[in-house]
Design a protein around this ligand. Structure first.
Ligand code: HEC
Length: 220
C-alpha cells in the first residue's frame, strides 16, 4: 500500500515537473531555455557575474581555472580582468565578506550561488532578476515580485535604466545561462560521452547476440 502511494506521489510530481509550470512568487515564471554550449553567452554572463554579483555571492564550489578552461578564456586574460582580489587561478571562488558583516550591512546573508540554478531552477532566476520594482517602504527602495521583501538591492538598476528592454533581457539571459553552467559544469561533457556509451552498448549487444546465436547452434 505504501509503495502504491509512493508511486502515485512520484508520478504526479514528475508530471508537475515536466509540465514546467513553475511559480515565481505571486506570478508565473517566464520561459527560459538554457544553452550552455553557447560560449559567448556564458562569457558575457560570467563578466556580469564577476562585476555585479561576486562582491556578495561566492561560487565556492567552483574554481577560477575550471571556468577559464571551460569557457575558453586564456587564464592570464581571466586573471587580469576578472580576479579582483589577487586569488590564484586554482583557488575556490570564495569571497571575503563574512556572514556577520553581511547581516550588519545588508540585513541578510547573501547565499552562495554555485548550485542556485539547481535549487531554484533557471526560470526562477531569470524572472527574479528582471522583476525588481520601486517600493519606498523597503531599505533599498526596491521590492521584488518573485521574492517579496527580498533583502538584496537592485544591483542592476542603472543598467536596466540605460539598456533597452531587449538588451537587458539578453544580459539577464546570459547571466542566468552562466549560472546554469556553473551549477553543473560537466553536463556537456557528460552528454557527449553518453552518446559514445550508447553506441558502445549497441555494438556490444549485437556482438552478444551473435555469440548467443553461435552457442544456440550447439544446443540443438
Ligand atoms: C550587496 C550584496 C548583493 C549583491 C551585489 C547581489 N546580491 Fe543577490 N542577494 C543578496 C542578499 C542579501 C540576498 C538574500 C536575500 C534575502 O534573504 O532576503 C540575495 C539573494 C539572491 C538570490 C536568491 C537566493 C535564494 O535562493 O534565496 C539570487 C538568485 C541572487 N541574489 C542573485 C544575484 C545576482 C545574479 C547578482 C548579480 C547581478 C546579485 N545577486 C547581486 C545580496 C546581493
Amino acid at each position: 500500500m505504501k509503495f502504491i502511494l509512493f508511486l502515485i506521489f512520484f508520478i504526479s510530481s514528475s508530471i508537475q515537473a515536466a509540465s514546467g509550470e513553475l511559480s515565481c512568487g505571486s506570478i508565473e515564471c517566464d520561459e527560459f531555455s538554457a544553452d550552455t554550449t553557447n560560449l559567448s553567452s556564458l562569457q558575457d554572463g560570467l563578466t556580469t557575474y564577476m562585476n555585479y554579483c561576486y562582491g556578495c555571492h561566492s561560487l565556492k564550489y567552483s574554481r577560477y581555472n575550471r571556468i577559464s578552461k571551460d569557457l575558453n578564456i586564456p587564464i592570464d586574460m581571466y586573471q587580469e580582468n576578472l580576479i579582483f582580489d589577487g586569488s590564484k587561478p586554482g583557488q575556490l571562488m570564495n569571497i571575503s565578506m563574512n556572514s556577520k558583516d553581511a547581516v550588519e550591512w545588508i540585513g541578510a546573508k547573501p547565499p552562495d550561488l554555485t548550485l542556485e540554478a539547481r535549487i531554484r531552477k533557471p526560470n526562477w532566476i531569470y524572472t527574479y532578476l528582471r522583476k525588481f520594482y520601486p517600493d519606498d517602504s523597503r531599505p533599498y527602495g526596491v521590492n521584488n515580485e518573485v521574492y517579496y521583501n527580498v533583502s538584496m538591492p537592485h544591483v542592476l538598476e542603472d543598467l536596466q535604466a540605460n539598456l533597452s528592454e531587449t538588451q537587458f533581457n539578453e544580459m539577464i539571459y546570459n547571466l542566468t545561462n552562466f549560472m546554469v553552467y556553473v551549477s553543473d559544469p560537466s553536463a556537456n561533457e557528460r552528454k557527449r560521452i553518453g552518446v559514445y556509451v550508447l553506441l558502445f552498448l549497441l555494438l556490444f549487444t549485437s556482438f552478444a547476440y551473435l555469440t548467443y546465436r553461435e552457442f544456440k547452434k550447439d544446443l540443438k
